[in-house]
Design a protein around this ligand. Structure first.
Ligand code: SAM
Length: 251
């Protein structure tokens, strides 16, 4: 009750108060200190060549680089995609979109025209350095054409998408509150149904959940739909909780 009240007030205030100062920026970190397993070294080489990521490797922090490798690796392994002229892709709950490079590089390889949207309801949440998620996202999106960060609620999105990526949706109230969102926005079933309705025919939704409880709750939401799921390995980035991948295909 009290937490919800505090979350509601903070959420309202951070959408109203914005700071203005120089653009957010991250210094490159030397990747020669990175310790990968043999299997990862070969895979990294393969991904860099296939998706043209050498420039990015030389202009990123180690943590950001590894997290993007993690995402592009799983998209490359598990999403069967065919070349086409135009792709419309939506990322849901993008936060500061630290993984936009992976999504962009992956989908751009398979089309001439990519339109990649990221929607985030809490875009003005501040970090300790007083930059907000939107400002940090702008840094990660720099130079990526056709990419658009939308500071809004998923339920206000009404475009059609060929692919939807949803990494760590809030399917349990605990994490939703912990991340500072008011209870009135906790609508997992409604949001999931809305996201599914945005998919074009034969479009695919990629969902990543963490921990068994979230994954089981996600499975309830997906029941009756055509999907496959698997437990992800920790290639390139070791997360605290095990992560599950689900790919839903719209029939
Ligand atoms: C657990 S975080 C995951 C963030 C990011 N995808 C990642 O992998 O780090 C869930 C994100 O979804 C956002 N979110 C929750 N409800 C939303 C809604 N209705 N519309 C858009 N974003 C939402 C939250 O603000 C939060 O940033």
């Amino acid at each position: 009750m009290l937490l919800n009240l505090r979350n509601s007030i903070d959420f309202f205030l951070r959408r109203k108060i914005h700071f203005s100062r120089k653009n957010y920026y991250e210094e490159n970190e030397d990747k020669s200190t990175l310790i990968f397993l043999d299997e990862e070294i070969n895979r990294e080489k393969n991904i860099i060549e296939k998706y043209n990521l050498l420039d990015y490797k030389n202009n990123s922090t180690i943590s950001n680089y590894c997290q993007n490798l993690y995402i592009i690796d799983l998209l490359d392994k598990y999403l069967n995609i065919e070349n086409c002229d135009t792709l419309r892709v939506l990322d849901i709950g993008s936060k500061n979109w630290y993984y936009v490079r992976a999504e962009f590089s992956y989908f751009k390889k398979y089309c001439n025209n990519l339109f990649l949207d990221g929607v985030e309801i809490d875009a003005y949440r501040l970090y300790a350095n007083f930059y907000n998620r939107l400002e940090v996202a702008k840094y990660y999106m720099k130079g990526l054409s056709g990419v658009n960060y939308i500071p809004d609620d998923l339920k206000n999105i009404n475009n059609r998408y060929d692919y939807i990526i949803w990494i760590l949706p809030f399917v349990l109230i605990g994490p939703h509150r912990y991340w500072g969102l008011p209870d009135k926005y906790f609508l997992p079933k409604k949001l999931f149904e809305h996201a599914y309705s945005l998919l074009s025919k034969h479009g695919k939704m990629v969902i990543i959940n963490q921990g068994e409880e979230e994954f089981n709750t996600q499975k309830n939401l997906m029941s009756g739909l055509k999907y496959k799921s698997l437990l992800l390995d920790n290639m390139f980035y070791k997360y605290k909780h095990e992560r599950y991948l689900s790919i839903i295909e719209k029939e």
